[in-house]
Design a protein around this ligand. Sequence first.
Ligand code: PMP
Length: 361
Amino acid sequence: MSKRAFNFNAGPAALPLEVLERAQAEFVDYRNTGMSIMEMSHRGAVYEAVHNEAQERLLSLLGNPSGYKVLFIQGGASTQFAMIPMNFLGQGHAANYVMTGSWADKALKEAKLIGETHVAASSEESKYMSLPKLADIQLSDNAAYLHLTSNETIEGTQFKDFPDTGAVPLICDMSSDILSRPFDLRRFGMVYAGAQKNLGPSGVAVVIVREDLITDSPKHLPTMLRYNTYLKNNSLYNTPPSFGIYMINEVLKWIEEKGGLAGVQDMNRKKAALIYDAIDNSGGFYRGCVNPDSRSDMNITFRLETEELEKEFVKASEKEGFVGLKGHRSVGGLRASVYNAVPYESCKALVDFMEHFKNNR
Ligand code: PMP
């Protein structure tokens, strides 16, 4: 087998090698059907079984709370930024947002195109290097929902707990940390994620939503932008991204094999601690960007003394087989994305490389 890179890409990102190999084994002839899963009808029993299995596995990993449905929607998480206010923001109400960074900002901007909005809390003052305190979240009287970004992929912050919003539905963009740890789905009206970090390849967003919130959708909305269309048709109103959903099902099996969400959380904590320790114990050579209490276990952002040195770091890392360590172009610096599928060995290799780079300056 060819050598695998030390892949720290932010998304699309590393997938479990076991999953890729299993998909490869089934690629040309899926379970003696004489064709790839990509070549079959999405109306056939073979594909539908995969589709339903992925939905069931996802809910089962989350403890099967009653009343929730899994939808598969194309257009990535960015389309969800628009669909959420289109479906849930009625006249006389305000869409409430917690402002934590680049992705929360994009979500808010879409809501502003649709209707009234309210910033319920913000950490912009800290340049998003810390998170607002849950106690400081102030809902407007007429809140249609509260939208929160659990993990800011670019800045590298992650909520460790979630607010209690009472009767107001809590809607969460979990694109960059879904299924990286256990969470209580019952606290949310809806969670959603683009698949391409912790779930599978790009091309599908997973939406897990309380069914009672989408038993109807505003009648003026186009069919494909109504959550109710996906509910009524089991996300098979039109042709779904079938290969992506098949891959998600395989990734979910892999998570089960790793001990479910508690199992992957354990791995993720160890990986993140290893890298944060290397940063914190570098005598100031590496500097974590984010306040320690807001740090993400998924996207670890750090800097060196100068941009020149950061460029050198990236260049040297690439020579050693590391990929994706350059920070997002909007913030600069360095970033290691350590989603579920990034092996501990890659993190160990990174820490060794960091040490080597520091000592050879
Ligand atoms: N939200 C978050 C937190 C993200 O990290 C991303 C993508 N990096 C998005 C939303 C947008 O996702 P997509 O590219 O699937 O539209």
